[in-house]
Design a protein around this ligand. Structure first.
Ligand code: PGA
Ligand code: ZN
Length: 429
């Protein structure tokens, strides 16, 4: 009998960073080792993501997770008890088979995500290793380049501006520690500029400043000024990354920019974005076109794919099959990896591997509804994703991830590796 066999599973309701209920799972092994997982939740979700099971009805806005928690404690616990936690693939396969649907809508993507993460943490604990090292094995483990939100918009700020994330990427930093210093100076400078402009009205869902702007370009200008105000060279030391999250305002080839009261077709949308890429030091752009606009995504990748990262989030929904199809169609050149979009660790890793096989950049990402769990810091490092997107530089559900990366870097001592010299827009070496 293997001592890493799963002895006990516990599911419970906890609360996420928006104050909504979410699923937490604990997996206890016969050896006494244990692990925990907490499901995050998106607000601007892709149509093809794994589906969270919510109770509906009037209480808690319909977001209740009583049924999902019951599924953890009932059928899912039954399915994985006795399995070897070190065999993540087998555990995830059992979770997937027990749910029985392609989108996890039967027992809940939230139930499966929490359990899959808990199993992984239990296996690392059983091995006596920090998770990042357990994942990397004997191989390298690289601290990721952070993408940090300075202004939050889109679905995370009542659609005050169309673009969802205006982010800073400390591309000139030579360590994770230095990267966060660059980010801290930029976030602070942005706050001072917003205060001086009489625009400092608190923060959006992921901790970026509330986007009180008249246009998307005004936000870009303010971000550029914040980088300069921080004493950093734009583009060289601190670059800009955008998540357009275009599926939120684009459908059937029509994009409604609410802020500017304009409707663009796919070609005009591309033209606007290309203009931004020419005027601002932007190195990465996520979901520039909507999830149903494959032709637009291919056209944009043809036009700009040599120069910038074109990241698929809602467009790829952490699906290996979708990554492979997009690579074949010349759409995107980078994949965002969110475990709960897929529903299990194994499927998320497969999507990341499909991106690597295509020669793409890979980014591990949080959700807008997060928890204090810092697992993504370990996934990004142990999987050598080379990039990590968490949200802003405020609110402790975000800082938990950044701070965990600092601890990992320190624990690596002189052997620490940081994702410097990222190449944008082309296959990496
Ligand atoms: P979500 O958005 O977590 O609200 O879906 C995050 C993103 O679009 O990257
Ligand atoms: Zn996104």
């Amino acid at each position: 009998m293997s001592p890493s066999r799963i002895a006990k599973v516990i599911g419970r309701r906890v609360w996420d960073s928006r104050g909504r209920p979410t699923v937490e799972a604990e997996v206890l092994l016969e050896s006494g080792a244990w692990g925990r997982g907490m499901a995050p939740a998106g607000a601007s979700r892709g149509r093809h993501e794994a589906v969270d099971l919510r109770d509906g009805g009037l209480s808690l806005g319909g977001f209740g997770v009583a049924r999902a928690v019951a599924n953890v404690n009932g059928p899912l616990a039954l399915a994985i008890r006795g399995l070897d936690a070190s065999d993540q693939k087998a555990v995830d396969a059992a979770l997937i088979a027990t749910d029985g649907t392609p989108d996890k809508s039967n027992l809940g993507g939230n139930a499966l995500t929490a359990l899959s993460m808990a199993t992984l943490n239990a296996a690392a604990a059983h091995a006596g290793l920090p998770l990042w090292r357990y994942l990397a094995g004997e191989g390298p483990a690289t601290l990721p380049m952070p993408e940090v939100q300075i202004f939050g918009g889109g679905a995370h700020a009542a659609r005050r501006v169309d673009v969802q994330d205006f982010m800073a990427m400390p591309v000139g930093a030579t360590s994770f520690e230095e990267a966060l210093t660059f980010v801290a100076e930029t976030y602070r400078a942005a706050g001072e500029l917003m205060a001086a402009a009489g625009k400092k009205y608190g923060v959006a869902d992921e901790g970026g400043f509330w986007p009180d702007f008249r246009s998307n370009e005004e936000a870009l200008d303010m971000l550029l000024r914040a980088i300069e105000g921080a004493g950093l060279r734009p583009g060289d030391e601190m670059a800009i990354s955008l998540d357009i999250a275009a599926s939120e305002f684009g459908r059937d080839g029509r994009y409604s920019l609410a802020l500017e009261d304009r409707v663009l077709d796919s070609g005009q949308m591309i033209e606007m974005l290309v203009g931004w890429l020419r005027r601002y030091p932007i190195v990465a752009i996520e979901d520039p076109l909507a999830e149903d606009d494959g032709d637009g995504m291919a056209a944009f990748t043809r036009a700009m794919g040599e120069r910038v990262q074109i990241i698929g989030d809602d467009f790829l929904v952490t699906s290996a099959a979708r990554v492979e199809a997009a690579a074949a169609a010349g759409q995107c050149n980078a994949v965002l990896v969110k475990v709960n979009q897929a529903g299990t660790i194994t499927e998320a890793k497969a999507a990341l591997d499909a991106g690597l096989a295509a020669g793409w950049n890979t980014i591990v990402s949080a959700r807008s509804g997060e928890t204090e769990d810092a697992i993504i810091a370990h996934l990004a490092t142990g999987w050598n994703a080379l990039q990590l997107k968490v949200g802003s530089f405020a609110r402790s559900e975000r800082m938990a991830k950044w701070n965990e990366c600092l601890r990992i870097e320190e624990s690596q001592g002189s052997t620490a590796r940081f994702a410097t010299g990222l190449r944008f827009g082309r296959a990496r070496a």
